[in-house]
Design a protein around this ligand. Structure first.
Ligand SMILES: Nc1ncnc2c1ncn2[C@@H]1O[C@H](COP(=O)(O)OP(=O)(O)O)[C@@H](O)[C@H]1O
Ligand SMILES: [Mg+2]
Length: 343
């Protein structure tokens, strides 16, 4: 994976990644959702001497407590009702490699205590087992910054926190690394365009301006989704603002972000789109709101090349409704994040 590091904030992150990759220390990666925590964990593993060993991930928030422990530690036959066979857990699967614990703050106290013991003694037992199993894993824990608050409130053990946070990498929000935006956007455009065999697709400067005036609460993931959508929606090589979600291309933003003011026609097009989205494509209703005839509305839609957005909205992104053809929208699981044996 390539890391875009034009911004000073990301240059610091990249340096830390390289430095920690060479070691076997546990790492705590902090950041808001979509800032690239998973991606960073993968990068550390890929650049570490463990790169040819397993890379195993477990999401502590995704599984109910009992299941989480049996997934993590494995179990012996008869450990609980339904344990008709023994099974090794992800900890064992990660031996010699890297274990990523996503959403670490969701661990309940008893699991926190067990994990602390694994780190301190480098061994553990499967559930219902007596035989200690020696283990060599590098743990990369992922969390939102509010884990620090949980430690202060004693909801998360501080001794475990310090064992995990031998090195802490705090990922900046996308707005705090805006120097990287053009490059990131460009990379995503290339990536999605090449999937459909379209080379030479790029963002117009208006589209980039609109992106630059937005604050991306969903960070890099949101940018990626917006670009994926825009590439899908555009049939031309130059992606204009039409492909962007309404909340990015509203007239006000256009006015604010541009050095040269938009023309009346551009504003009209933006507003018509906005109203059509509001009426979910209902043109009679849209014409009423706009105070023009349906015929006039159709003419304007043709002139401004509007109409592709009038299908039924099926996904929500950042509060605005979106049409998602063949929805590949959220959660792309990166290859290799799960031990195939365990999934
Ligand atoms: N530095 C980066 N360069 C390119 N893509 C990135 C970068 N950081 C994150 N991404 C992409 O953004 C999305 C969200 O990243 P992810 O690591 O899942 O975030 P988090 O785990 O913090 O929620 C993923 O699709 C990932 O590929
Ligand atoms: Mg994640």
């Amino acid at each position: 994976m390539k890391v875009v590091t034009t911004s000073p904030a990301m240059q610091r992150v990249a340096e830390l990644v390289d430095r920690v990759a060479a070691t076997a220390s546990n790492v705590l990666v902090l950041g808001e959702s979509g800032t690239g925590k998973d991606a960073t964990a993968r990068l550390i593993h890929d650049r570490s001497p463990r790169r040819d060993r397993p890379f195993v991930k477990i999401d502590c928030a995704a599984l109910p407590e009992e299941l989480l422990e049996s997934e993590l530690f494995g179990y012996e036959k008869g450990a609980f009702t339904g344990a008709s066979d023994s099974k090794r857990g992800r900890l064992e699967a990660a031996d010699g490699g890297t274990l990523v614990l996503d959403e670490i703050a969701s661990l309940i106290p008893s699991s926190q205590a067990k994990l602390l013991r694994v780190i301190e003694e480098r061994r553990f037992e499967r559930l219902g087992g007596k035989q200690p199993i020696e283990i060599d894993v590098r743990i990369i824990a992922l969390a939102n910054v509010d884990i620090k608050e949980a430690v202060r409130a004693r909801a998360f053990r501080d001794d475990l926190y310090y064992r995990l946070a031998v090195v802490t990498i705090e990922l900046p929000r996308l707005v705090d690394r805006f120097e990287d935006l053009p490059q990131l956007a460009d990379d995503f455009v290339r990536q999605f365009a090449s999937r459909s065999g379209r080379n030479g697709v790029r963002l117009s400067s208006e589209a980039l301006d609109a992106l630059s005036s937005y604050d991306f609460p969903g960070n890099v993931r949101e940018l990626r989704n917006i670009i994926e959508h825009a590439v899908l929606m555009s049939s031309k090589d130059l992606i204009g603002v039409e492909g962007l979600p309404e909340y990015l291309r509203s007239a006000a933003r256009l006015m604010q972000s541009r050095k040269t003011k938009p023309s009346l026609a551009e504003l009209e097009a933006v507003y018509i789109r906005e109203v059509l989205e509001h009426t979910r494509g209902n043109k009679t209703r849209a014409a009423e709101i706009l105070g023009i005839s349906r015929k006039n509305l159709y003419e304007k839609m043709r002139r401004y090349n509007i109409g592709k957005l009038s299908a039924k909205p099926i996904a929500k992104l950042g509060g605005s409704e979106f049409v998602v053809p063949g929805s590949e929208f959220e959660a792309h699981s990166e290859p290799g994040t799960l031990d195939p044996e365990l999934s």
